[in-house]
Design a protein around this ligand. Structure first.
Ligand SMILES: [Zn+2]
Length: 80
């Protein structure tokens, strides 16, 4: 497991839920307050707020490996 706070354009990630097309493999195409993700299954573009992105992101590809990401948001867990 890894804790990661910085993401870059070109990173490949998975989310808590995959895309309805069946793929769960996204390329980060823009980093900012809103994150632009491209589905690697069908090519659809989705935008997530940074907060929503960090709640949903699960793994990031490093070389040939997928590394699990852990985020700690105790203040948000209390809200849910
Ligand atoms: Zn898709």
């Amino acid at each position: 497991m890894a804790q990661r706070l910085h993401y870059e354009t070109g990173d490949h990630i998975t989310l808590k839920k995959g895309h309805p097309c069946g793929a769960n493999h996204w390329e980060i195409q823009r980093v900012g307050v809103d994150m632009k993700l491209g589905c690697q299954g069908c090519g659809k573009i989705v935008w997530l707020s940074r907060i929503e992105f960090e709640r949903r992101v699960r793994k990031i590809r490093v070389g040939e490996k997928w590394i699990a990401i852990v985020h700690h948001h105790p203040e948000e867990e209390n809200e849910e």
